[in-house]
Design a protein around this ligand. Sequence first.
Ligand SMILES: Nc1ncnc2c1ncn2[C@@H]1O[C@H](COP(=O)(O)OP(=O)(O)O)[C@@H](O)[C@H]1O
Ligand SMILES: [Mg+2]
Length: 264
Amino acid sequence: MNKANHQPEYAVVVKDLTVQYGNILALQEINLTIAKGDFVGIIGPNGSGKTTLLKSILGLVRPTTGAISVLGMPPREACSQIGYVPQMTNIDRDFPITVGEAVLMGRLVGKAGLFHRYSQDDRIVVQHYLEHLEIAKLVDRQIGQLSGGQLKRVLIARALVSEPQILLLDEPTAGVDAHSSSQIYELLKELNQSITIIIVTHDTMAVSSYLKSIACINQTLYYHGDPNLSSELIMSVYGCPVELIAHGVPHRVLGQHEQGGLRC
Ligand SMILES: Nc1ncnc2c1ncn2[C@@H]1O[C@H](COP(=O)(O)OP(=O)(O)O)[C@@H](O)[C@H]1O
Ligand SMILES: [Mg+2]
C-alpha cells in the first residue's frame, strides 16, 4: 500500500516522550498511539503528567526528548485541527466577556485574531453549537456569572466551533453535578461519531460506560487499552482502589478505599 496517498490512520502518535520542567520530570518515555475515532480516557493521580501530555499534543509544551505526530503532522501544524477544553483552574472567571463572545473566539483558532472580522458563517456555526450545548439562552451572560456546569459547556462549545478533528478535554466534569456530568458524556459520545476524543478524567464512573480505551499514566504509561480495568492496575497507578461502575451497571468491582488514603 502506498501510504503517501492515504490520510494518516492515527490521530496521535507519541514516541518516546519525556518532558522535564527544569529538574521536575513530568513524563518519562511515553509511547502512545491513538487511533482516529477513539474516545480515550487518560487517568492518573494529581501531578502524574496528564495535563502535560495534553499540552504536548497541542504543541504548548515541547518534548525534552521524543516526538509527537498529530494527524501525521508536528503538533504546531495540526493545532487548527485540535479543539482544547482546558482545566477549570486556568480560566479567569473575572475576565469581562459574554458567553457569546467567548464561544465566537473559538473561531479564531489558526487565524490572525487581532484583525479577524467575524463572518456570517462564524456566527451560524457559533449559534449551532450554542444550541447543541443548550447554552443559547445564556449568550449575553458574563462568564463570571455561570455555574460550573454551564461554564464547562461554554468551554466545550468554544473548542468545537473551529470544527476540529480531535477534541482534547482536561477534566471537563470536575466540580460538575452528576446530571450535568452525564449530559456532557452523552454529548461527547455523540461527537465521537465524527471526531477523536481524548479526555483527562478522574471520573471513573464514566470509564466503562463511555470510553473506548483508557491510558493510565503516572509519569510513565502503565497501560493503554480496554477500559475495563483490573483492580491491580488501578492500585499500581493510583496507589489505592477506585470504585467503578462497569457498563453502566452499578456494582462495586473494586475494594473500598482506606480512610485517609490518597485521593483517587
Ligand atoms: N509549568 C510548569 N513548571 C514546572 N513544573 C510543572 C509545570 N507544569 C506542571 N509541572 C509539574 O509537572 C508534574 C505534572 O504536572 P501535570 O501535568 O499538571 O499533572 P496532572 O495534570 O496529572 O495533575 C507535576 O509535578 C507538576 O508540578
Ligand atoms: Mg492536570
